[in-house]
Design a binder for this molecule. Structure first.
Ligand SMILES: Cc1ncc(C[n+]2csc(CCOP(=O)(O)OP(=O)(O)O)c2C)c(N)n1
Ligand code: SF4
Ligand SMILES: [Mg+2]
Length: 298
């Protein structure tokens, strides 16, 4: 070939979320069509849009495919033990109240083995932003039944269909005391990004459930097709109902998925309650916690 005709490849523009990722760890472990990467993208985009000071953001994950999130984000991150992302985040928040402490992890991790920590963090209104990636199954370990597996859905440990009643997660969070509760699917990338952005600006236990496809296990065991089929299902069956009573948003197998912002209230956080209580009881002897927040650029 005539060397004059060989051109240098066009320089690739950098993807806007690249600075938020640990590119040296790419390629990632997630399967084609998995929804977890979409959540990471929405999370990174929300960070970018809020202009949050990245030096003041941390992300904690537990174990599972979703739990890999902390490792790919270029933030101070902690890939903790199974079910312990919230306890770890709690310690971090109490030690460094000025930080934006986030948790991104799976349904099995946060409400199976970690369920106890989840309800108590919501009850105490700890200042944490918790994003739970719900694929209705324990993905990483082979598709076992989770506390979120819909009734009659198949899993590797319920090959004849699940007969255990699953949690309705927005209701679990709201009835435990969470002041911000929302649910979106991996198809709602803009709405999910806005929700994360909004929740960054709120305080207390903010809970966002994201329904995500796991084509390799949940979809295969239930003959639901590829990740694209999952997206089509969300397109045809997700219904937005802001302010819905969380008692009404349980998810049945291949039934409509109610999405939206269900709860958005103000309630004093754990640290605020502690400060006001000890301030009253101990007076000047009490040294108050440093204020929460302050991670958003002016
Ligand atoms: C103490 C302990 N028990 C069990 C496991 C095995 N284990 C690893 S990930 C996982 C389930 C994760 O499910 P989920 O949080 O839904 O994540 P997904 O893979 O679906 O994203 C289990 C049971 C473990 N790592 N540690
Ligand atoms: S097993 Fe499922 S949840 Fe895990 S990476 Fe693959 S598609 Fe995603
Ligand atoms: Mg899961």
């Amino acid at each position: 070939m005539n060397p004059d005709l060989v051109r240098d490849p066009l320089p690739m523009p950098e993807h806007p979320v690249t600075p938020y990722l640990r590119m040296e760890r790419i390629p990632h472990v997630w399967c084609p069509g998995c929804g977890i990467g979409t959540v990471v993208k929405c999370f990174a985009t929300a960070l970018e849009r809020t202009g949050v000071d990245l030096e003041k953001v941390s992300v904690c994950s537990g174990i599972g495919c979703s739990g890999r999130t902390a490792g790919y984000l270029r933030l101070d991150g902690f890939h903790t033990t199974h079910g312990r992302a919230i306890p770890f985040a709690t310690g971090l928040k109490l030690g460094r109240p000025e930080l934006l402490v986030t948790v991104v992890s799976g349904d099995g991790d946060l409400v199976g083995i970690g369920g106890n920590h989840f309800i108590h963090a919501a009850r105490r209104n700890l200042d944490l932003l918790v994003i739970l990636i719900n694929n209705f199954i324990y993905g990483m370990t082979g598709g076992q039944n989770a506390p979120t597996t819909p009734l009659t859905a198949r899993s590797s440990t319920m090959p004849f269909g699940n007969f255990e009643p699953p949690f309705n997660l927005p209701h679990l969070a709201a009835s435990s005391g969470a002041p911000y509760v929302a649910r979106w699917t991996c198809l709602h990338i803009r709405r999910l990004t806005w929700a994360i952005e909004e929740a960054i600006g709120r305080k207390g236990f903010r809970f966002i459930e994201v329904i995500a496809p796991c084509p390799t296990l949940y979809s295969r065991l239930n003959k639901l097709g590829t990740g694209l089929n999952g997206m089509r299902f969300y397109h045809d069956n997700a219904e937005i109902r802001h302010g819905a009573d969380t008692r009404d948003v349980a998810i049945g197998f291949q039934e409509p998925i109610l999405c939206g912002k269900f709860v958005d209230e103000e309630r004093p956080t754990f640290s605020e309650l502690m400060d006001s209580h000890y301030g009253e009881v101990l007076g000047d002897e009490y040294v108050a916690m440093p204020p929460e927040g302050g991670f958003l650029h002016e």
